[in-house]
Ligand binder design. Structure first.
Ligand code: PLP
Length: 403
C-alpha cells in the first residue's frame, strides 16, 4: 500500500514494516513484491531526455532516475521514519554524499560530530574543505559546544547518535532547536538507532540518513543507504544526487533490504535483549574494563537514552587490557561470533578498534574532545554487534577467549 494510503489508514509499526509501500501485483496477483530488474522502460508518449524537464509525476524511464522496486523501499522507509519521502542510494556513504554535496556550497559551514563513522569523518575533513566548505568537528553530546560551533553562519549540522564506535549520544530535539535558531538544518545519521528506537524527524531533524547495510537490511547481504526528509528536499536530492551523482541502489539490493525491513521490530527486540544480557555479563567480568551500552544504567547518558530511544539497539563496546592480543585470540578462537567489520546483521560481529589508530587516521582529536572520547573508549575498544543467536551461546563463545 502506498505511503499516503498507509498513513491515512493509521496502521501500526509492525504492519507498516510488512506492508507499507508494497501491495499485491495488479497484473498477476503475486503477493510477494515484484523485483523489477530493468534498466530502461518502454514509454508510449514523448518524454524529455533531461531530468530537469520532467512533469510532476513522470513515467518510469530509466532506473538511475526511478524504479518500481526502489520506490517500494523508499515508501516503506518514509513511513517508518515518519517522513514525507525517501531516496535510496547505493550505500550509506552515497546517501551521506547526497546530503552533504546536495545541500552545501562553497563558503558554507558544516558542524559535524567529532566522533562518527570514520568514512564520514575522513570525507568531511579531507574532501569538503577542498570544495570551499568550512568543517567544524564538535562533541555533539555537549550542547554548549554545539551552540558555540553553530554561531550565526552554519548551514548544516550533522549528528550521529548513538555514535560509531563509542555509542555516545546526542540530544536530537535540543540540537534541532539550536540549529534552527542559528538558521542551520539538522541531519541525523540514525543507523545505530533505527526507526524502531528513534524517529529524528519527529524530534525536529530535517534529514535522516541510514546505512541500510546494517539493521534495516539486517542480514549482511546487501549494501545500501537512504535519506528521509520532506518532499521538497527529497525531490531536490533526486535530481541532483540520484540522477546526476548516480550512486543508485540496485533493485535487487532494494528488494533484499525491503524483505529484511519486514521483520525490523522483531529483530530489534531480540538484538536489544541479547545486547543487554551480554553487556551485563561483561560488566561483571573481572577481565573487562568499561562497558558502554545505552541500556545500562552506567551509560553516561542513560537518561537521554531512555528519553530518546524506545529500543537500546544491539551495539555494545567494551575495553579489555591488552586488547590487540585479545583481538588476535578472538580471530582464531571465536566459533559463533564472526571477527568482522559491519554491524546490525543477524550474525554477531566483533572488531577491535585502536584509539591511537583512529586518532591518527580518522578523528585527530585533541584537548577536551580527546578527553571526552577517552572517557568512553579509553585505549582501544571492542565493538560488538550482537546478532540474533541465543545470547547464552554468544556468552559462551566470548568466555572461550575472555575466560
Ligand atoms: N553511517 C554509519 C553510522 C555507519 O556505521 C556506516 C558504515 O559502517 C555508514 C554510515 C556507511 O554505510 P555504508 O557502509 O553502507 O556505506
Amino acid at each position: 500500500m502506498s505511503a499516503d494510503e498507509y498513513r491515512s489508514r493509521q496502521l501500526r509499526r509492525r504492519t507498516a514494516e510488512v506492508h507499507a509501500g508494497q501491495m499485491p501485483d495488479p497484473t498477476t496477483g503475486a503477493s510477494a513484491p515484484n523485483l523489477v530488474m530493468s534498466s530502461t522502460f518502454v514509454v508510449d508518449e514523448p518524454v524529455s531526455f533531461s531530468a530537469l524537464d520532467q512533469p510532476d509525476d513522470p513515467p518510469y524511464i530509466y532506473t538511475r532516475w526511478d524504479n518500481p522496486t526502489l520506490r517500494q523501499l523508499e515508501e516503506k522507509l518514509a513511513v517508518l521514519e515518519e517522513g514525507e519521502a525517501a531516496a535510496a542510494y547505493a550505500s550509506g556513504m552515497a546517501a551521506t554524499t547526497a546530503v552533504l554535496f546536495g545541500t552545501l556550497e562553497a563558503g558554507d559551514r558544516l558542524v559535524i560530530s567529532d566522533v562518527i563513522y570514520p568514512g564520514i569523518a575522513e570525507l568531511s575533513r579531507d574532501t569538503l574543505p577542498r570544495m570551499g566548505i568550512q568543517v567544524v568537528p564538535v562533541d555533539t553530546s555537549d550542547l554548549e559546544a554545539v551552540e558555540q560551533a553553530l554561531g550565526s553562519k552554519a548551514r548544516l549540522i550533522w549528528v550521529e547518535t548513538p555514535a560509531n564506535p563509542i555509542l555516545r549520544l546526542a540530544d536530537i530535539a535540543a540540537i534541532a532547536n539550536l540549529a534552527h535558531t542559528a538558521g542551520a538544518r539538522l541531519a541525523v545519521d540514525s543507523t545505530f538507532a533505527t526507526p524502531v528506537a528513534t524517529r529524528p524527524l519527529s524530534l525536529g531533524a530535517d534529514f535522516v540518513i541510514h546505512s541500510l547495510t546494517k539493521y534495516l537490511g539486517g542480514h549482511g547481504d546487501a549494501i545500501g543507504g537512504a535519506v528521509v526528509s520532506n518532499r521538497e528536499e527529497i525531490s531536490h536530492l533526486r535530481t541532483e544526487a540520484t540522477i546526476h551523482y548516480g550512486g543508485v541502489l540496485s533493485p535487487f539490493n532494494a528488494w533484499l533490504i525491503a524483505r529484511g525491513m519486514a521483520t525490523l521490530s522483531l529483530r530489534m527486540e531480540a538484538h536489544e535483549a541479547g545486547a543487554l544480557a551480554i553487556a551485563e555479563w561483561l560488566e561483571d567480568h573481572d577481565a573487562v574494563g568499561t562497558v558502554v551500552y545505552p541500556g545500562l544504567e552506567s551509560h553516561p547518558q542513560h537518561e537521554l537514552a531512555r528519553q530518546q530511544m524506545e529500543n537500546f539497539s544491539g551495539m555494545v563496546t567494551f575495553q579489555v587490557t591488552g586488547g590487540e592480543d585479545v583481538a588476535a585470540m578472538m580471530m582464531k578462537g571465536l566459533e559463533v561470533i564472526h571477527y568482522a567489520v559491519s554491524l546490525g546483521h543477524h550474525r554477531s560481529l566483533i572488531y577491535w578498534l585502536s584509539t591511537a589508530d583512529l586518532m591518527a587516521t580518522s578523528y585527530h582529536l585533541e584537548g577536551d574532545q580527546l578527553a571526552s572520547y577517552r572517557s568512553y573508549a579509553g585505549d582501544g575498544i571492542f565493538r560488538l554487534s550482537v546478532g540474533l543467536e541465543d545470547p547464552s551461546d554468544l556468552i559462551e563463545d566470548l568466555a572461550t577467549v575472555l575466560g
